[in-house]
Design a binder for this molecule. Structure first.
Ligand code: SF4
Length: 376
């Protein structure tokens, strides 16, 4: 399953307004767009490499759909100029429903985009208002229809678990979305970050406790399964053959270039993160962007990360692949692995090790126990 090709992630940090829970690198000052894209293209040119065929492309944000289509046209031209795009298998773009206009979608379609990930979060308009989203549910339905009309039929909808709404509202979101022509659903738990307006509005208190969220997650997984969405990663559910290739590549510790503010990449054993703030990113000389943030990952660290990411997948990891890639025996490397297996927290099926489905909600504690026992 692992691909030794390279993927590309590009961060587009602009948003029309700041959502109440947002802790991403985003910026509402569109007057910076010219300078941002100039710098982004300079960075891509500086790192250009035609020797490695690109496997997948992902434009994330921020809100890539919020910027003028001419920037995106230029971005795809720059990708062609700097990389070998002849073997790309998937090009995804994050969009918000209110900005996925016909003009924008036609730009994406002509540039070969074949997957859209919509930030929907909830189908309840009152909830959307409460968390500061700019769209209402009908905007999503219209944007989904427009995407289909532009022949982009591989569509994800992001939902959030634990928003300030009732449990019934959440369940309604899941069942409504599952009945629509989407191919993929991501369901992430709300994280309340200090300094956000939602944190202040809720006085730092999560609307649901951990047990309630676990029940809501299980109910969502069950509902989605009934509608043909199989879980393949803890937060991700897809119709057959519609798993996100880009994210799978990332979870399988694949190599990927990353460009733009706050973008993190992993190439040739080096992990790096660009400056978080868009103004710092614009101001830094391109050769210094990774200064202080690059870290060489040795093969034992990489092995550890491979297991941590891979065990969040339903299919888990292959023990023989682990050995082939890192020259290390999985069971020796993680001294707690045997005990976790005996206690039912890891399951062995032939060559694969995975977290059993009914233990998925405690995957973080399982991985933490495993990580602490690693022979890194
Ligand atoms: S759309 Fe995403 S990145 Fe932009 S403000 Fe909302 S949560 Fe943050």
């Amino acid at each position: 399953m692992y691909s030794d090709k390279y993927s590309v992630y590009i961060h587009i940090p602009f948003c029309k307004a700041r959502c109440g829970y947002c802790a991403f690198s985003s910026c509402t000052d569109f007057s910076l767009a010219d300078r941002y894209f100039e710098k982004l293209f300079e960075e891509m040119k500086f790192r250009s490499d035609k020797s490695k065929p690109i496997y997948t492309v992902y434009l994330g944000g921020g809100t890539p759909s919020a910027v003028d289509a001419r920037y995106l046209d230029a971005l795809f031209d720059k990708l062609d100029e700097c990389f070998d795009m002849s073997q790309v298998e998937e090009t995804s773009v994050e969009c918000n429903p209110e900005s996925a206009s016909d003009e924008l979608l036609s730009c994406l379609a002509r540039n070969g985009v074949d997957r859209i990930s919509f930030g929907l979060q909830s189908v309840n308009d009152a909830t959307l208002r409460a968390i500061g989203r700019l769209h209402v549910f009908s905007d999503f339905v219209a944007a989904l229809d427009r995407a289909h009309r532009h022949n982009i039929v591989n569509v994800n909808a992001d939902l959030m678990i634990g928003l300030p709404e009732s449990r019934d509202d959440f369940v309604r979101s899941v069942s409504t979305v599952a009945a629509l022509p989407v191919t993929h659903v991501s369901a992430y738990a709300l994280e309340l970050h200090r300094g956000t307006s939602l944190y202040a509005a809720l006085k730092g208190k999560q609307p649901f406790d951990d047990d309630e969220q676990a029940d809501m997650y299980d109910e969502a997984a069950e509902l989605l399964a009934k509608q043909g969405f199989a879980r393949y990663e803890i937060s991700n559910f897809a119709r057959e053959g519609r798993q996100c290739k880009h994210n799978l590549h990332y979870w399988q510790e694949g190599h990927y270039f990353a460009f733009g503010a706050a973008a993190s990449g992993f190439t040739d054993g080096v992990r790096f993160t660009n400056p978080w703030d868009i103004r710092d990113y614009i101001a830094a000389p391109v050769a210094d962007l990774r200064e202080g943030s690059s870290e060489t990952i040795d093969s034992r660290e990489e092995a550890n990360e491979f297991a941590m990411l891979g065990l969040r997948l339903d299919c888990g990891i292959s023990v023989s692949e682990f050995y082939e890639r890192f020259g290390i025996d999985f069971w020796q490397f993680f001294s707690s692995a045997d005990s976790l297996r005996e206690r039912g927290f890891l399951l062995c099926e032939g060559d694969r090790v995975r977290v059993p489905s009914d233990k998925f909600y405690v995957v973080n504690s399982i991985l933490s126990e495993l990580w602490q026992s690693s022979d890194e």
